[in-house]
Ligand binder design. Structure first.
Ligand SMILES: [Zn+2]
Length: 474
């Protein structure tokens, strides 16, 4: 095994060599991006058929050279359960196995490459179902650039930022098995300093650390972003970021507004995933663009039928075009996205995606009635004193933990939510609200699961197809 730091430096050099082309692709016209995707799709499927026994069986009879983005829709989709059950037959390097990758993940805190080439990450996902993903040398580089090409471009095109090292602060997952942490370790450089604050730190420590770091770019889970914007408005957090981005959890409108007010910059979203890197990244206008040179995103309904641009999808099928070692072809991800057709003022031909408002898994089902988290979110989000919250579904309603920075009329809040649920047909809803010092975060990536359904999605029966998701009338 070669020395980690030597390999890492080579990897960083490779990333810098690939960056100009990846940045250039941000300006490609739509037809060039489409042609590029079809070329990569054919290469990926050819590789999958020739080197992955699992894909070879499923894709029998498929001619890679005839594939395009329309005929792709005829291929069978795959799920995380498929991936985990067939991992050893899906990877295209026979030396890799789930057992080997899991062993490697146990030791990853010390910094090492698997077989001198691979980086592995896990994802808890909002369902808590563990996924394991492995990237080869160049695909891990592409993963990093899928997010950081925007910041590299900002640095290279701004004389002030170009003249000094830039600092990027992450308020996110702490563990190196999580992609964001693993990426900042692999590609750490003196020009591009990454500072990490585990989201589980106390607010006081986080604020003190950020005041010292003075980040040019701030990336944070929305739940943390909201806390930080409260701290900034109170004058305790004194930073002036060039750009603020949120990741991993839905960016709620009220959180975005509070952060934009606190720092006077547009707040954008990163739609990152362990499966496909940053599938969407906000430009400086704050609008999120699909990474249309790296992934194919098919928005579909619950039955897997295509959803038109402008309509919200129930989930997507993702085809990762840049990681041939773990071919993910039409891989199901339950993010509710809306692809937009209106162009962005920044001029990019990469289509825009509306803010991801929630995940299917967040929907609460009461006796077949599906209640959208917005019912809770709108009542909680309008209380200025509520810094963060977590809603657990109960058989008759919900148990809500709130952390407040100022007095909040909890009785009024309870009444409003109960009334909203009653209007949606729940009989005598019971809402409990507790003010807490801090919220319980799950283990793993320490991501706050804001809405916790009574049963996990894996065990719950799917809601009836015709039943609409209920959103309280405003
Ligand atoms: Zn834009």
């Amino acid at each position: 095994m070669r020395d980690y730091e030597t390999l890492r430096q080579q990897h960083l050099a490779r990333a810098m060599a690939l960056a100009p082309e990846m940045i250039d692709r941000l300006e490609w016209p739509a037809y060039a991006l489409a042609a590029h995707r079809v070329r990569l799709l054919r290469e990926l499927v050819r590789e999958a058929i020739s080197r992955s026994p699992w894909h070879r069986e499923r894709l029998a009879g498929v001619d890679p050279d005839q594939l395009d983005e329309v005929s792709l829709r005829e291929l069978p989709p795959m799920t995380k359960a498929d991936l985990m059950a067939n991992f050893d037959r899906i990877v295209t390097d026979p030396r890799l196995s789930l057992e080997l990758v899991n062993e490697h993940l146990e030791t990853v805190t010390t910094g090492s490459y698997l077989l001198d080439d691979y980086t592995a990450v896990t994802s808890g996902g909002s369902t808590g179902e563990r996924g394991v993903f492995v990237y080869d040398w160049d695909s891990w580089t592409a993963f990093w650039l899928s997010a950081f090409r925007y910041q590299l471009l900002a640095k290279w095109s701004d004389p002030e930022l170009a003249s000094r090292p830039v600092v990027m602060a992450w308020v996110a997952a702490a563990h190196f098995t999580h992609a964001t942490a693993a990426l900042s370790r692999t590609f750490a450089s003196p020009d591009f300093i990454s500072v990490r604050f585990p989201v589980t730190l106390t607010t006081e420590h986080m604020v003190a650390g950020l005041n010292v770091a003075q980040p040019d770019f701030l990336v944070a889970y929305p739940s943390a972003l909201h806390v930080l914007s409260v701290e900034a408005r109170a004058g305790r957090l004194r930073i002036a970021p060039h750009q603020v981005l949120s990741c991993s959890e839905p960016l709620l409108p009220e959180i975005r507004a509070a952060a934009e007010e606190a720092w006077g910059v547009r707040v954008g979203n990163i739609w990152g995933m362990s499966e496909g890197g940053c599938a969407g990244v906000a430009c400086e206008q704050g609008r999120m663009h699909l990474s249309e040179d790296l992934v194919i995103v098919e928005p579909v309904d619950e039955q897997g039928q295509p959803v038109a641009p402008g309509e919200r999808a129930a989930k997507i099928y993702l085809t990762n075009l840049f990681n041939p070692v773990l071919p993910l072809i039409r891989y199901e991800i339950t993010d509710e996205v809306t692809i937009l057709t209106e162009p962005c003022a920044c001029g990019s031909a990469h289509r825009c995606v509306a803010d991801i408002q929630g995940r299917l898994d967040d929907v609460f089902v009461y006796d077949g009635r599906r209640v959208h988290p917005h019912v809770f979110r709108s009542a909680l989000g309008r209380r200025a004193g509520v810094v963060e919250y977590q809603v657990h579904q109960t058989t008759q309603g919900a148990r809500i933990a709130v952390r407040c920075s100022a007095p909040v009329d909890l009785d009024g809040l309870r009444g409003e939510i109960a009334l909203a649920l009653a209007c949606l047909g729940l009989q005598r809803p019971v809402i409990e609200i507790m003010a807490v010092e801090r919220l319980e975060r799950d283990g793993g990536p320490a991501k706050l699961r804001r809405f916790v359904p009574l049963e996990s999605r894996r065990t719950a029966a799917p809601g009836p197809r015709a039943e609409p998701v209920l959103i309280a009338a405003r």
